[in-house]
Structures are given as structure tokens and as C-alpha cells.
Design a protein around this ligand. Sequence first.
Ligand code: KG4
Ligand code: ZN
Length: 343
Amino acid sequence: AVQPLILAIESSCDETAAAIIDGEGSMLSDVVASQIDFHARFGGVVPEIASRKHIEAICGVTDECLDVAARALGRSRLRWRDLDAVAVTYAPGLVGALVVGVAFAKGAAWGADLPIIAVNHLEGHLYANRLAEPDIQPPMVVSLVSGGHTMLVHVKDWGDYETLGSTIDDAVGEAFDKVSKALGLGYPGGPIISKYAAQGDAKAIAFPRALMHSGDLRFSLSGLKTAVTTYINKEREAGRELNIPDIAASFEAAVVDVQVSKAHTALKDTGARTFCLGGGVAANPALRGAYEAMCKKHGYRLVMPPLSACGDNAAMIAEVARDRFAQGKFADWSLDVTAHAPL
Ligand code: KG4
Ligand code: ZN
């Protein structure tokens, strides 16, 4: 393997993750431990539980990460001091969850006398696209869609970002989760709703396309969620059986139409010819399909993260860290976490 070897840690929400990357961008190991089962019965991520589960998982996850990388390198073992740096997500996210990753990273780096690299989680989602296609070059427009974020970003260069617009209320993933809850279908809602949607008629119910023609790049999802729950309540009151696939497909189409329309506007406004995705919702098949059609029609290059790198993971953090290492940009021991941080 080519140096530097960097171990990256991600713990901003409900995934405890670690990855090791080498100097050429080969991912020697990529471990993700999801806590989702512990949160599912509460219908969402419970911050206190997230912190506790990160503490329980982080030693095992990083041990496994080192073991997997050792095997990839054909060595009997890999120790912390065989690495060249430790990278960690420091913001944005749940403070108590971030603290676990940052404190652990600092301890490990101190013990092995390694430098620390601090990574913004949202920048990680941008870099997830480089895991799919290492040669992509800015300028590009990236749509970040997750349970906590809905935004269009103009990547002018790696490290030079402009947020073109974001949601004024709920995030896209949050809307999927709330609709799933209203239908009594469980959490997280995205994968469940998209499975039903594949069997439904997207034109069955006319749900609103909020801010579709607002002329700017802001999003609003809470009205759509209310429209869907109102529809569900009316059907139930009338004693009619719910057609879940049709509701799911019609809801999903309303989301996708607005996302694609605004992404196209962002591409026209910026002049960028490359479009990328990021975040948990980027795994949605209808969204990916609609972007494929839009980019093909207008001649844009489309790059999407591999499905495994849409949701939270440490491989994308490691990919950012590789750039920071090359630039000599390291954090010091005063590194702290931040709940809210722009790109
Ligand atoms: O990026 P992520 O793993 O965590 C953060 O929110 O940062 O995103 C999770 C969100 C959840 O709201 C989940 O319902 C949504 O992504 N999601 C999906 C799909 N898979 C996950 N939404 C729509 N379709 C999917 N296939
Ligand atoms: Zn995320």
C-alpha cells in the first residue's frame, strides 16, 4: 500500500463507522455498525441512545477495521502506530454522538503519536461521489438529501462550496420517515416507502409539488407530509381501505419531481456540467432513475455514490482526509464538536 495510511471515524448520527484508506485512494477496510434496530421502536433516532451505543461499539469497530486492513495488506496485524493519521467527523450532527468519535480519535492519535484530521460530515457526503468515480472534477452541482439535510451545493472546487438552496422545514428523508409512520409501516421509512412505491401508480393521487415553480432553490417538505397524512385520515374516516402502493408512489413522485426540477435549475444557473448525489435518500431508486433520465436528456455527466456510500459511512470521511493530509491541514488537541456547521 502507498502511504499515507489514514484511519477515519464517523459517529455523527446512528452509525458507528471506521475505514482505512491508503495514499492512492484504495479502501483497505470499510466497517459500518448500524444502531438502527435500537432506535426503530421509537420511530426515530434517540440522541441519548445513540451516544451510548457509539461508546459500546467504537472499540470493536476500529479493531475490526484494523484487522480487515491488515488482511488486505497481507500482514498479520496492523497497529495504530502503523498508521499515518487519524481522521474524524467533528460536525455537524448529534453533539453527544460526535463527542464519542472525537474523544476516541484524540485518544488513539495521542497514544500512537499521530496527527488528527477534522472532517465536516457534509463534505464527506460530497466526497462519497469520488468513491464511485475517482476522476470527477469540479465544477459540479451536488444534491445532498438525507434524514437531516436537503440542499443543493455548487462545488466550485474541492474545498470551495456554495450552498445554492436548502429546505425551509423538513428534510426529504424526514418526509419519507413521517409518511411511513402515518401508514404504520415502521422506521426508517425511506426503504419501506420506496419498495411499496415500486408497485404503485404514481399518478393515482395528486399531491402538491411545493415551491416547484418558486424560481429559487429552496425546498419545502412539510406541506407534502401534511397533504399525505390528511389524505390517509380522510380515507380511513370514509372507511375505505388504503392503497399503500399508490400512496407511496404518488408521494415519492411529488418528491422526485421537485428534486429533479430544482437540480436542473441549479445546473443551468451555475453552468456546471456534472451532477452528483449524496445522503441516505440518494439510495432511492425512483430518484436515481429520474436523475439518469434528466442528465441523459440534457447531456450532463451523472455521478452517484455506490449504494453502500449513500448513508453514513467512514469511507467518505477517509476520502476527504486524504486531501487534507496532502494539504497538511491537521487539527490540534483543542478540536471540539459542533452540532451545526455549514459546508
Ligand atoms: O444519510 P442518512 O443515512 O442519515 C442522515 O440522516 O444523516 O439518511 C437517512 C435517511 C432516512 O430518513 C431514510 O428514510 C432515508 O435516508 N432513506 C431513503 C431511502 N433509504 C434511506 N429515503 C428514500 N428512499 C430510500 N431508498
Ligand atoms: Zn449523513
